[in-house]
Write a protein that binds this ligand. Structure first.
Ligand code: R2B
Ligand code: URA
Length: 309
């Protein structure tokens, strides 16, 4: 049906040449990673990033800086945190920090923002000749029917109709992409959390939406055309479909990592239970402690992978 506008399944050949799947890239004499303010002519990407084994991404620049400083301490690396500086300081689109084999990058909010970051990140890993990289999104989310502060490890990302797919518009076609995440990685992360035994952690489906308010069935946006009953009915349906949390990046993250052959996980803490309300009412201190939970889990996982514990 190549001439119709009906959705198509992806038909990428999984070529063996690393993470990028784009024959046109080889024709470029220089590749400028515009939103990172990095490039293949201006920067020695293999020497800057060749040792990267873990990439952690999250929405906020400050949170990703804190995470890099935390990882530097946890891994016992040299430095007191003052040497953790923004590699993308030449642009304020994204921030990037490196602590040994761990790269920590902000991606902003929503699918378009993370998608641009992932294109440039995957090319960066390719140019730097990185191998065996694990990528983890550490995020926040709204829970459904679970205690706020619970960490949800995503098995599959679903859309607003609870379908395990991501629709990418390419030229004038809708292409449907798989949003399955690495099952073994999700289970190792869950085991890690059970060992820490400090906060509740579960595996579940994550619903990825295009908006925080109407798109997540909130009654407290600037616009709302549905009743409280309709909202509750929708969230109950989501719960029955296996959805345990809602956020705004997991579907395209899962789809792109899957197509590029990157081992990927999504680990989000829930800031509230959407069956109880829409506003995030916990104090700043409580929310910060919640966000540290996912960071603790990832740090302990990385240490294990590096045979440090
Ligand atoms: C979680 O939190 C942000 C919205 O507050 C969004 O980036 C997401 O996925
Ligand atoms: N992030 C979201 O996308 N939704 C929430 O409810 C909380 C954080």
């Amino acid at each position: 049906n190549s001439n119709s506008n009906l959705p198509e399944r992806d038909n990428y050949v999984n070529n063996a040449f690393g993470y990028v799947k784009n024959p046109h890239l080889d024709l470029l004499s220089e590749d400028i990673l515009y939103h990172f303010d990095l490039g293949t002519r201006t920067h020695d990407l293999p020497s800057m990033f060749g040792d990267v084994k873990f990439v952690c991404v999250g929405g906020s620049p400050n949170r990703m800086k804190d995470f890099a400083i935390f990882i530097q301490q946890e891994l016992g690396l040299d430095g007191d945190g003052s040497d953790i500086t923004d590699i993308c300081a030449g642009t304020d689109r994204y921030s990037m920090y490196k602590a040994g084999p761990v790269l920590s990058i902000s991606h902003g909010m929503g699918i378009p923002s993370i998608s641009i970051m992932l294109h440039e990140l995957i090319k960066l890993l390719h140019h730097a000749k990185c191998k065996d990289v694990t990528i983890i999104r550490i995020g926040t989310s709204g829970g459904i029917g679970i205690e706020p502060g619970t960490v949800v490890i995503t098995d599959i990302a679903v859309d607003a109709f609870f379908r395990a797919q991501y629709e990418q518009v390419i030229l004038d076609k809708v292409v449907i992409r798989n949003t399955q995440l690495d099952q073994k990685l999700a289970e190792s992360l869950l085991r890690c959390s059970k060992e820490i035994n400090d906060f509740p952690t579960i595996i579940g489906h994550t619903m990825c939406t295009y908006d925080f308010y109407e798109g997540q069935g909130r009654l407290d946006g600037a616009l709302c055309s549905f009743s409280k009953e309709e909202k509750c009915e929708y969230l109950q349906k989501a719960y029955i479909a296996g959805v345990r949390n809602i956020e705004m990046e997991s579907s395209v993250f899962a789809a792109m990592c899957h197509l590029c052959g990157l081992k990927a996980a999504v680990v989000c803490v829930t800031l509230l239970d959407r069956l109880q309300g829409d506003q995030i009412t916990h104090s700043h201190g409580v929310l910060t402690e919640f966000q540290r939970r996912a960071q603790k889990l990832i740090s302990s996982f990385i240490k294990k992978q590096l045979h440090m514990c």
